[in-house]
Every structure is written in structure tokens, then in C-alpha cells.
Design a protein. Structure first.
Length: 396
């Protein structure tokens, strides 16, 4: 990609005079681990052709939902050379964020919120980007390029890079039937980053698929988001519905969401390869106590400033208070705890129509029918937003 953009760094610098490719690869791996990366592999830019075709089919099917950025300039995504024509090697790196407890256990605590493991600590983008830059600078300073200076670009989940297929090609793991990366050493829990370089480095063998006949990740999905093994319909995925989706959560999925207020780890946690997984060693990625199992009542009371304070440095902050409260209210409706109806009723007065609409649904689940009907008659007359009025009508 020409020029600079978020997640992309173009670095150049002086080089030493003794860079045997094999020795350089070994030194690179040692430096990566010294910087806190847990695994590293190298591949060539032309190794993900079949994955690129799979991606184009995914876009054509509409499985990406409203994530229009995925469909933009697909030629840049399906082949690293479409993003940067000078790339000769792709260095893939992983950071383990394995949890210290079962992510599925919180789903039984219906009055508490389930937040995806990756969002319980600091935002991984900032941490990994900083380390990628450090490693890239080391590589530029160490490598010898006789024809022209060594160039590098770094990416961490913010550009048109197919990280998971490239990680498989670089032997970091394989894409499981849930379409996520699975590692024999770290299970489902790897954050990925990439360094593109003009250097020609020895490549690793691609990892083979070790899923066999297992269907654990497919069968556990609460919303049946996998129409077939290795195929995802994001429009049905709870992570998409609670994070990427900007509007009301479709009614057909609300009860299946349970108490998941940000993302979903079910398909990741169900993978039997997690028996080999290790707890992450990076303190900044570790779960904060306040985000492990927060109470739904407390979350429903968060104003904008309190929301931002609680989720400082967390990915959760990016969805904003309104979408966050939408998710909390769906969880309140699924809690079965009538005592939480007071929190939902208070949010009927919220400035956001998105929040008010979710509050209507939550109350419909928790209040006795006659009491809810009386409230509906009173509230619908004073509601100016048609989407909220429709929630009242649909709940009758």
C-alpha cells in the first residue's frame, strides 16, 4: 500500500554486512520472542490463492453483513502483492492471550455480563503494533540488501491483510471449521500481526488441518452462524451482532445471545485443542477484575463518562455507550430476574432510540403480561421514534 495509514508503518535504515538468510531468520525469531511474541513463521505472498477465492465467495454471498470495508478493494486482501507489490516475504507473529479460566462458565451467571476474553484486558492493537514496529526496526537495521534498502510494512488487524490464511501458510496454526486460527500449542487464543518485507527469507511449511471429524465449534454456536464447516455467516454471529452491528439486534437472535454483551467465545472455547493451551503471559492483556463478570444492573447505570472510564484502553469503548447499553438490555431481558426490570424501565427515558427500543424488549421478557400491556398503552403514545414504537407493537 502506498503511503502511510493506521496500522501500516514503512521503515528504512542502515544495514550490517553479513546477512545469511537462514541465520537472519533464526536471529529474527530470537528477537521476536525477546520482544514478547509467542510464535513466528514466514511465508511467501503467493501462498493463499485458495483462501483468497474463499474470501471472494464469502463476500459474494453477503456473509460479511454491513462490514462494507471487507468488500472494498478485494484485490488488496486476497494477495499481499495487491497491497504492496514489492513484498517478497510475509512474517507472521502471534501473541498468546489464553484465559486463566473457562470462558463458558460465566454464561450460567445470568445476572452478570459475559465479555469476550480478548476485550477483558487492554486493546491488543496498541500493544502488538508497538512490538511489530520494534521488530521491524531491528530487521531493517540488521539485514543486508545488496540491490536496494530493505523495506518493511507492519499490520495489526487494521488493513487489507488476510492474517489467518497467512498464519496457516507460515505454520502458526490452521483455520478451523469455525474459520478462526487453531494452534497446536496455544489452542484458539492467538492475536496475530504481520510484517511485509522486501527481503527474501526462508519460508516455513504450511500447517495442515488437524480438525478431523470434530464439530464441537459448529455445534455449540447459539445462533447457527456456520452454514457449513469452514464457512461463517457473520450476520448470525453474536460477535458481529453485538460489536459491528450498529442498529437493533434482530429479534430472532436476541434470546440466543443470553448474557453476552460484547462478542462471543463459544466456538473458540469449545475447541478440544485448547487442552494444550497456555495462560497468556502478557500482563497488559490479562483480564481486569472489573470486566470478568460485571453485574448487569451496574452496567445499565453507566452514563457516558462512567462508560468511558470503565472501559479505558479496552476495545469495548469503541462501540460507544448506546450500542453497549443495547447489548446490556438484551442480556437483562434474558436474565429471568424481574428485579432488573427497574433498570430497563429507567432506560425507557434514555435519549437514544436504540437504547429505548432494547429496553422495551427487555421489559417484555420480565414483566407480567397485564402490567406490560398497561405500560405499553401509556408509553407508545408519547414515543416519537418509529423504531421504538415498532418495538412496543412487536412486543404485544
Amino acid at each position: 500500500m502506498a503511503g502511510r495509514r493506521a496500522g501500516v508503518t514503512d521503515l528504512r535504515g542502515p544495514r550490517l554486512l553479513n546477512s545469511d538468510p537462514t541465520e537472519l531468520k533464526t536471529a529474527l525469531a530470537n528477537e521476536a520472542r525477546a520482544l514478547g511474541f509467542d510464535c513466528i513463521g514466514i511465508t511467501e505472498p503467493g501462498t493463499i490463492e485458495s483462501a483468497g477465492q474463499h474470501f471472494l465467495e464469502f463476500i459474494a454471498s453477503g456473509g460479511h453483513g454491513d462490514m462494507d470495508w471487507l468488500a472494498a478493494q478485494p484485490e488488496r486482501r486476497v494477495d499481499p502483492r495487491g497491497l504492496w507489490q514489492d513484498v517478497r516475504s510475509v512474517i507472521m507473529l502471534g501473541v498468546n492471550y489464553g484465559p486463566d479460566q473457562d470462558p463458558l462458565a460465566i454464561l450460567q451467571q445470568r445476572t452478570r455480563a459475559a465479555i469476550s476474553v480478548y476485550a477483558q484486558g487492554d486493546d491488543y492493537h496498541d500493544l502488538i503494533k508497538k512490538r511489530l514496529k520494534m521488530l521491524a526496526r531491528w530487521l531493517v537495521a540488521t539485514a543486508t540488501c545488496e540491490v536496494k534498502p530493505c523495506e518493511v510494512k507492519v499490520f495489526v488487524d487494521t488493513a487489507a491483510v488476510m492474517e489467518k490464511p497467512l498464519a496457516q501458510a507460515a505454520h502458526l496454526g490452521w483455520q478451523g471449521k469455525h474459520t478462526n486460527l487453531v494452534s497446536r500449542e496455544f489452542g484458539s487464543w492467538l492475536f496475530l500481526g504481520a510484517i511485509y518485507t522486501t527481503l527474501e527469507l526462508p519460508r516455513d511449511d504450511s500447517e495442515i488441518d488437524h480438525c478431523g471429524s470434530c464439530r464441537a465449534c459448529l455445534d455449540i454456536c447459539p445462533t447457527a452462524a456456520f452454514p457449513a464447516p469452514y464457512r461463517l455467516d457473520a450476520r448470525r454471529c453474536i460477535s458481529y451482532l453485538t460489536i459491528e452491528n450498529k442498529g437493533p439486534i434482530p429479534r430472532e437472535f436476541r434470546k440466543s445471545i443470553g448474557n453476552r454483551i460484547y462478542g462471543c467465545d463459544d466456538c473458540l472455547a469449545a475447541c478440544p485443542w485448547n487442552k494444550f493451551a497456555q495462560e497468556g503471559r502478557e500482563a497488559k492483556l490479562a483480564a481486569r477484575d472489573a470486566l470478568r463478570a460485571p453485574g448487569l444492573a451496574e452496567l445499565a447505570r453507566l452514563g457516558d463518562a462512567a462508560f468511558r472510564a470503565l472501559f479505558t484502553k479496552s476495545p469495548v469503548k469503541r462501540i460507544g455507550r448506546d450500542r453497549f447499553l443495547r447489548n446490556v438490555l438484551i442480556a437483562i431481558g434474558n436474565s429471568g430476574d424481574a428485579a432488573l426490570a427497574d433498570e430497563a424501565r429507567r432506560l425507557l427515558e434514555d435519549e437514544s432510540a436504540l437504547v429505548r427500543g432494547a429496553a422495551v424488549w427487555a421489559l417484555a421478557q420480565l414483566m407480567p403480561d397485564e402490567e406490560f400491556a398497561a405500560l405499553r398503552t401509556e408509553a407508545i403514545a408519547g414515543e416519537s421514534d418509529e423504531s421504538v414504537r415498532e418495538e412496543w407493537r412487536a412486543a404485544s
